[in-house]
Design a protein around this ligand. Structure first.
Ligand code: SF4
Ligand code: SF4
Length: 83
């Protein structure tokens, strides 16, 4: 069995706070910040550590703000018992 773990990098100064990525994330990993960037927009931040690296947020973002890294962890099979 394998488990996917994702990590994202957000270039907050390029974000315009359109929220498309928040709506596209199936894991509710993203939210808008309480502060603003130098352009005056609230920007996207990660609020949970449950990202699977699905890539939806990066694909839908019109400004290429988010980079997604995905790692596949192999979960070892449980050993068979001889009893
Ligand atoms: S890669 Fe997928 S799970 Fe991770 S933040 Fe983006 S949309 Fe959500
Ligand atoms: S889709 Fe892109 S520009 Fe829009 S809020 Fe998300 S990161 Fe920011």
């Amino acid at each position: 069995m394998a488990k996917a773990i994702g990590e994202i990098l957000i270039n907050i100064e390029r974000c315009k706070g359109c929220e498309l990525c928040i709506l596209a994330c199936p894991e509710s990993t993203l939210a808008l910040s309480k502060t603003i960037n130098h352009k005056g927009y609230q920007y996207v931040v990660k609020v949970n550590d449950n990202c699977t690296g699905c890539g939806n947020c990066a694909i839908i973002c019109p400004d290429a703000v988010i980079t997604v890294y995905r790692k596949i962890l192999k979960v070892p099979k449980p050993e068979m018992s001889n009893s």
